[in-house]
Structures are given as C-alpha cells and as structure tokens.
Ligand binder design. Structure first.
Ligand SMILES: Cc1cc2nc3c(=O)[nH]c(=O)nc-3n(C[C@H](O)[C@H](O)[C@H](O)COP(=O)(O)OP(=O)(O)OC[C@H]3O[C@@H](n4cnc5c(N)ncnc54)[C@H](O)[C@@H]3O)c2cc1C
Length: 558
C-alpha cells in the first residue's frame, strides 16, 4: 500500500483529492499552532472511538482507519503525509466511528476537538478543506455501510423500518442484515446470543446488543448527547430541528449566540421526508430534503450550535425568566430566549387498522428509503397537495403504477401547476378524483387496499403493498400547554396577529408591542409551520429562522 494514496474507492462523481486532500506545509503549520506533536509506533492504536474524538494530521508515516462492517473490522482508509483523519463526528463532540492505528512509525499533529472547531471557525481556507472532506467521508461510510452499528431485522417489520429511518435521517452509517435474505444471519444471532423473537436487534459498537431499542436507547448507546451540558443558561434554545429550527441555529450560532437545539427525532423535519424540493432558491435541479437538512445540520454544528437528538420538549416553564424547557424526567434546560420551531405532523387517515401498517406499508415520506421497498410494484399516494404531487412524480420513476387518490374533484385548487402537468403527462400515474381509501388489509405487511369513488359509489380493491399518506399536517404546539396564545387550529400567534385581548390574557408585561414572530410571551418566538399564518414552504421557514434571531439579539439586549 502506498504512503500517500488512500485505499478508499471514491464515491461516484467525487474527486478523491477532496475526500483525502494533503495539506501544504503552510497549512500544516497553522494546524500545528493549535495542537501538539506526537510520535506513534508501528501498530500502535492512536485513537479508540470510545475515547471521545481527536483529530490527527500525519507529518510522516501513515495512519489506518478501521471500521466495523457486516464482515467484521475492515480497513476503511489510509492517510499519509500531509493528510488528516476525521469525519463529521469530530465536529459534534460525539464518539468517533473508526479506530485509528499507525501503519508504520509516524509523526503526527494531534488536536482536541474544541480547538479544531475553533480553527474551522476562524480559518476559512482550512474550514473548506476539512468540512468538504468530513462530509464526503461520512457519505462514503454510509454508502459502504461501515460504522459501529449492525442492524439485524426484517423488511416486513415496522420496528426495523423505524430504526432504519432513525439511523438514516441521523446520517449514521450502519450495516443491515435481513433475516429473510441473508444466509449468515443465524451465525451472527448465535454469536450474540440473540433469538429470532428479539429482532430487530442493533449491535452497537461491536459489542452492546440492543433488542428492539427505542430511539432514545440508540442515542444513549451511541453517546449522541452525552457531551452536551444541559444545565447552564443558554442565550437561545431552539425547539425543533426542521428547516426553521436549523436556520435559527445557523444564524444564531454564527452571530455568536450560545445555542442549544432540541429535536424529538432527527434533523430535517417534514422537509427531510421530501424526495426532491424543486422550488428552493439556488437549486435549479432540485435538492432532496435529506441533503438540504444534512448540510444545515453540519453548518449549525460548524458554528458551534449544540443539538440534542431524540429529546422531546415536554413543556415550557413560562412563569419566570429565564424560561426553562422541560424535557425527560422533569429535567429543565434554562434559556434567555426560546425559538419554537416544532412544525407540524402528518394528519392520519381515518382507517381502523392504520397503526398496524405504519412503517409496514403505510408511509408518510417518499424518499429513496421507502422507494427501495416498493420498486416495480403498484403503490398508492393519498392527497392532493404539493407533497402528494411530488411523491407521485418521484415514485412513478420506479413503481409499476401509482394510483393517486384525491378526495376533491381535481388538483387545480391545491397543487402547483408544474406538478399537475407532470402528473397529467405521466403514463404511470393514475389519478382518481373524488376517491378515498376505505380499508387496509394484510398480515404482517400491507397487502390490499380498498377505495371508493364518492361520486359514483364504485368500490375497487387492489393488491398494493405501499400507501403514501400525504394529507396535510396539524401543528405541534400541544406541548406548550397554553403558555402562548394560539389560534383555533392550535397554530401559535405572533407579532401583529396578537390581539389586545390575547396580550391582556397573557399578561404581556412590556410597554413595547411584540416583535415580528414574537409570541404572547416576551423573548419566546415561533417560526415555520407551527406559526399561525405560515405558508408551508422551506424557504419561508428558513427566512423566519433568520428573522427571529435578529429579534433575539434585541431581546437579549433589553
Ligand atoms: C413530503 C413533503 C414534501 C414537501 N415539499 C416541499 C417543497 O418542495 N417545497 C417547499 O417549500 N416545502 C415543501 N414541504 C413543506 C416544508 O417541508 C415545510 O413547510 C417545512 O419543513 C416546515 O419547516 P419547520 O421547521 O417549520 O417544521 P418541520 O419541518 O415540521 O420540523 C419540525 C421539527 O420539530 C420537531 N419537533 C416537534 N415537536 C417537538 C418537540 N416537542 N420537541 C422537540 N422537537 C420537536 C420535529 O421532529 C421536526 O423535526 C414539504 C413537506 C412534506 C411533508
């Protein structure tokens, strides 16, 4: 193996030098000023993933990065003189994913995570080199299924789907072994003393066996949140890491605020469920929601925002300042300003046995993850809005037929013209107006769907294994338990929408009126889809995130 060349195959379309660049001696000197020199013997383990995170630049010699895949430990990449270790986790204070071993006697520069983040924030040339390499390396690990997680499950299991979705949307590389398809599965189950009834099982860091773990247990095992201090008073807590919350985090942290984000699930919110967002400024060929969210998530961390994953805000202690966001077990996190960006959640179809098939045939997002499960088959999309239109057009690329069920008489009232045209022109999409689903059938997985035409009263039953439900959303505001004024639909009122009665009812204490996006509580803002009068667009959610931060500065100065 050469000293200089990485062994990793490049991702299609990437330039290997961007994933494994070599720093010039001037660049190495700038890094060295923040770190310390270190020697390593041939074969020495210089970094274990369980020991937090460290970053190394190779001055002479070679480091090997070793990761776990379904085949056991394998060489992921080698870096030679001028090259550096690290991927996305180095920014987020999480444990590393790979073991680092000196392939030969080496001279290194070692830097602690905090100093590396400070360097990235101040040195834009190094920031570009490091950020691009870290992102490409993470994508490469995901594509190759190398990390420290092995999931064993079944494509027919709802919990397997939940765990896959949680890991994918948190950008965690993992290898997947399917009970029905992989011959070696029994050997692996025996090795970890796991019964088939325990599945799905997640083997975390090569040793900890989690049997059908809740998302919170996965997060604990991976140490996602453990390095984040939850006790000190923050300048700003952002609740929700959809486009609105991530934008507030990026603008807030980049403008020097101490920002903590709480997210119940995974970053990206509803936008993360979109296969392709085509109307977001600056992306003429469209961008997938997950890609957009991944970039925003990384950007927020680059500027120093901290993000707690799988952490629900359960309430807001709003009787005195600083306000406290209540999380699990009565724990509270204090902050001088709060930005509520909890968005909305999908409306559920009124079908009796719906919950049995959620994740096992009924889906609320149409991304590559779901499309993979139903390629070449007939599928149904329910809904007449833009998200339903996008899903139908996306699925039509791989499905045999897409039935689109719409309760109204047409799409013109509810959908953008460009999507209507694509639906009309697609030979694969079969639009059924005045129609709604009436029953779902199947054993472990959805197998048949019945629907009715409300105009003709015709009933049809089709053998369909995937139904995509895209019928709008309701605001996630109930956790606030009346702390802020809401409209009749539960959307949070802000700024000029707050009437004198709302303000009197909330005992608004200040001489000034609420700022734009400020709720009936001073210093508490609401942005994006949870706000009354929102326009359900990624761009407006992002814009509101940036506007709210400008008013947070004013509130902190009051
Ligand atoms: C399939 C689909 C396709 C779409 N396509 C487009 C498009 O092409 N163009 C466009 O402009 N818009 C599109 N939209 C709309 C757009 O995605 C939304 O308007 C946007 O995501 C709203 O952002 P948000 O941050 O306000 O809320 P959300 O995206 O809803 O995010 C809210 C976040 O808050 C978290 N959360 C909720 N409650 C809590 C709590 N108590 N504690 C902690 N966290 C919590 C949620 O888990 C979520 O991550 C689409 C929507 C969908 C569903």
């Amino acid at each position: 193996m050469s000293n200089k060349e990485p062994t990793t195959p490049p991702l299609p379309g990437t330039v290997p030098d961007q994933m494994f660049p070599a720093l010039t001696s001037a660049q190495q000197a700038r890094v060295a000023a923040h770190g310390r020199a270190r020697q390593a013997e041939a074969g020495e383990i210089v970094f274990e993933p369980s020991h937090g995170n460290k970053f190394f630049v190779v001055v002479t010699g070679q480091l090997d990065a070793l990761g776990l895949s379904e085949h056991g430990e394998e060489l992921v990449a080698s870096v030679g003189p001028g090259m550096f270790t690290g991927e996305m986790n180095v920014l987020s204070s999480r444990h590393g994913l790979l073991r680092i071993r000196a392939a030969q006697a080496s001279e290194l520069i070692e830097i602690d995570r905090g100093k590396l983040v400070a360097l990235i924030q101040t040195d834009s040339e190094l920031s570009d080199i490091f950020m691009r390499a870290f992102l490409l390396r993470r994508m490469n690990l995901i594509a190759r299924g190398i990390g420290d997680l092995v999931l064993i499950g079944s494509n027919h299991s709802l919990d397997t789907f939940r765990i896959k979705e949680f890991l994918t949307r948190n950008y965690q590389p993992y290898s997947y072994i399917d009970l029905e398809r992989d011959a070696d599965v029994q050997e692996l189950l025996d090795r970890f003393s796991v019964a088939i009834s325990d599945l799905p099982v997640l083997i975390c860091r090569g040793s900890v066996v989690l049997r059908n773990p809740a998302n919170q247990a996965i997060v604990r095992c991976m140490g996602f949140n453990e390095a984040i201090d939850q006790t000190h008073v923050r300048d700003m807590i952002v609740v929700g890491a959809g486009p609105a919350g991530l934008a507030a985090a990026v603008y807030g942290a980049s403008e020097g605020l101490d920002v903590l984000v709480l997210e119940s699930n995974y970053p990206g919110g509803q936008a993360g469920a979109s296969s392709k967002i085509e109307n977001y400024l600056g992306f003429p060929t469209g961008i997938s929601g997950q890609k957009l969210a991944a970039g925003a998530y990384t950007q927020a961390q680059k500027f120093g925002a901290q993000i707690l994953i799988a952490k629900d805000a359960k309430g807001l202690a709003c009787d005195r300042r600083p306000y406290n966001v209540e999380i699990d077990n009565g724990e509270r996190i204090p902050a001088r300003a709060i930005v509520i960006a909890t968005g909305a959640q999908y409306r559920k179809l009124p079908l009796e046995n719906l919950s049995r098939f959620e994740g096992a045939g009924v889906y609320y997002g149409a991304t590559h993850l779901e499309a993979q499960l139903c390629g070449g088959e007939e599928v149904i999309v329910v809904g007449g809005g833009n998200s339903a239109g996008q899903a139908a057009v996306f699925l039509a690329q791989t499905a045999r037929r897409v039935y689109m069920l719409v309760r109204s008489g047409g799409l013109a009232e509810s959908m953008s013209r460009y999507l209507i045209r694509r639906i009309e022109e697609s030979p694969t999409i079969d639009l059924r107006t005045n129609s709604e689903g009436t029953s779902l059938e199947g054993t472990d997985h959805l197998e048949r769907v019945q629907w009715r035409n409300n105009k003709t009263e015709d009933v049809e039953t089709h053998n369909v294994g995937a139904l995509f439900s895209m019928t709008g959303a309701v605001p996630n505001s109930s956790w606030l338990k009346g702390c802020v004024a809401c409209d009749a639909g539960g959307f949070i009122k802000t700024g000029l929408d707050l009437s004198p009665e709302d303000l009197a009812g909330a005992h608004w204490p200040l001489a000034r009126a609420p700022y734009l996006l400020e709720t009936s509580l001073p210093g508490v803002f609401a942005i994006g889809d949870v706000r009354g009068g929102n326009v359900k667009r990624v761009a407006s959610a992002v814009g509101e995130g940036s506007i709210a931060v400008s008013f947070v500065h004013r509130v902190l100065g009051e």
